[in-house]
Write a protein of this length. Structure first.
Length: 193
């Protein structure tokens, strides 16, 4: 058991007999005798539904220990994503709703940490930022404007907005939760030879 003010994104907890993964936590200070409040965004690991309860900072919540295993993404179907343990070849399915926005960036063969609770795969520990290759976009335009955007389709099938100077084939960093372009990745080029 921990107090609500100690919650952090990525933790798992049990509320009303259901297991949730903490997506966001924000502490709001109160005025006078009101005290503060901990605003949370939680995802139910069984159904994928989002819950946004406000909890008093001193309230106790039951935190749970998740086991993380690195697994290889194999494929997705209408409801689930299938992962395989590369050492034992054991396969597990995780409901797509439990993976959140990071599910859109899964590519066949990529290795990711899958989270287990009591032997059952419940979610994936996704990074806040991912790198992806631009598969298709309009030709690059070099202009003086930094605030003009164009549409780009990534190799994962996700469509985002990128600056005009981004070209097809370049690798970009994208914020997983918002699909916001952050920067392009500069690859070192070999000189001479």
């Amino acid at each position: 058991m921990i107090i609500a003010s100690q919650l952090k994104p990525g933790m798992a907890l049990r509320l009303d007999g259901k297991i949730y993964k903490v997506l966001e936590v924000e502490f709001k200070a109160g005025a006078g005798q009101l005290g503060g409040v901990v605003k949370t965004k939680l995802r139910n690991v069984a159904s994928g539904h989002i819950l946004e309860p406000h909890i008093r900072p001193a309230d106790r919540v039951e935190d749970l220990e998740l086991e993380r295993r690195t697994m290889e993404f194999l494929y997705r179907d209408a409801d689930n994503c299938t992962f395989m343990n590369p050492e034992t070849f054991e396969q597990v399915e995780v409901p797509r709703a439990n993976l959140g926005p990071a599910e859109r960036f899964l590519r066949e063969g990529i290795k990711v940490p899958v989270e287990f609770f009591e032997g059952n795969a419940v979610s994936m520990d996704s990074p806040p930022v991912v790198e992806a290759r631009v598969a298709d976009t309009a030709p690059a335009v070099h202009s003086q404007q930094d605030n003009t955007w164009k549409e780009a389709k990534l190799d994962t099938g996700v469509t985002i907005q990128v600056p005009l100077f981004v070209e097809r084939g370049e690798i970009v960093r994208v914020e997983v939760e918002t699909l916001r372009y952050l920067e392009r990745v500069r690859l070192e080029r070999k000189r001479g030879a």
